[in-house]
Structure formats: structure tokens, C-alpha cells
Design a protein around this ligand. Structure first.
Ligand SMILES: CC(C)(COP(=O)(O)OP(=O)(O)OC[C@H]1O[C@@H](n2cnc3c(N)ncnc32)[C@H](O)[C@@H]1OP(=O)(O)O)[C@@H](O)C(=O)NCCC(=O)NCCS
Length: 128
């Protein structure tokens, strides 16, 4: 399963793919992973907050609502816990991801200048 996940991650992030071992480490460190053949989302919840660590959908399966559905499923899981706030970081130039998060109700709440190779990261948050 983790090898499949690593393959999928490589399709989504060809410049910095994560290995199966890295996914195993994420699980060991307390991250939750929701994955299918076409997509994955990884988050970490601590006390009343959760962070989306990464999300990706295979290129050929995009614009079919898969990422939106995964975020919804994650939120349904989190609502069973003490989490009331979800946040994430996204590159300011990643338009598909920014639009996705906006559609899911996330709003910009901060900025990390020059976070990704000289590009600003936007912090987005949502109360659930
Ligand atoms: C960002 C990503 C996860 C979106 O996955 P997806 O399954 O295609 O997204 P969805 O089909 O659920 O789209 C939901 C909404 O997001 C927005 N959106 C998604 N892709 C978009 C694009 N290419 N351009 C503009 N808006 C987009 C739209 O509002 C869309 O709703 P609509 O189709 O009704 O207009 C996918 O493009 C991806 O894997 N990108 C590479 C990895 C990445 O950048 N991950 C995010 C890191 S922060």
C-alpha cells in the first residue's frame, strides 16, 4: 500500500517525491492517511488543531471532485475528535490547490515569505 502511495505521490510531486519509508515514518509520527488508487490526503491532528500535510490526485483523475471529497471525508473524521481548526500551507503560485482550498471554505490567515524556493507560502485555515 505504501509503495502505491509513493508512486502516486511521485506523479503529483515529481520534483520532490516521498518514498514508502517516508510515508511509514509519517504514520509512525501520528499522521493519518486516506488514500485510494487515484488520490491521497495526509493530516496530523494535535489537540484542537489539524494540519493538512499533503494532498494529491493522479493527473488523469483531476477535476472530478476527488480532492474535495477527500477533504470532506477528513473533516468528517476530525469532527469526531476535539479538532475545531484545520490549517495548511500552499504555495502562492499553486492555483489549482488555492482554488480547491477556497472552494472547501479555507481562508488565508497568514503568509510565510520565500518559504518554497523563494516563493511565498500562504497559510489557510478553516473552522470545522
Ligand atoms: C490540487 C489537486 C489536489 C486538486 O485535485 P482535484 O481532484 O483535481 O480537485 P477537485 O476536482 O476536487 O476540484 C475541486 C475544486 O478545486 C478547484 N480546482 C481544482 N483544480 C483546479 C484547476 N486546475 N484550476 C482551477 N481550479 C481548480 C475548483 O474550484 C474545483 O471545483 P470545480 O471543478 O467544481 O471548479 C490536484 O490538482 C493535485 O494533485 N495537484 C498536484 C499536487 C498539489 O499541488 N497538491 C497540493 C499541495 S498544497
Amino acid at each position: 500500500m505504501l509503495n502505491k502511495l509513493a508512486n502516486l505521490h511521485k506523479q503529483c510531486f515529481p520534483d520532490h517525491p516521498w518514498s514508502a519509508d517516508e510515508f511509514a515514518d509519517l504514520k509512525k509520527s501520528g499522521c493519518e492517511i486516506l488514500a485510494s488508487d487515484n488520490g491521497f490526503i495526509v493530516w496530523r491532528a494535535v489537540a484542537d488543531e489539524a494540519e493538512i500535510i499533503t494532498i494529491g490526485v493522479a493527473p488523469e483523475a483531476r477535476r472530478q471532485g476527488i480532492a474535495e471529497a477527500m477533504i470532506l471525508l477528513m473533516e468528517q473524521e476530525l469532527k469526531k475528535s476535539s479538532v475545531v481548526n484545520v490549517f495548511l500551507e500552499v504555495s502562492e503560485v499553486n492555483l489549482p490547490a488555492k482554488k480547491l482550498y477556497e472552494k472547501c471554505g479555507f481562508i488565508p490567515t497568514g503568509k510565510r515569505p520565500k518559504y518554497y524556493n523563494g516563493t511565498d507560502a500562504i497559510i489557510m485555515s478553516k473552522r470545522i
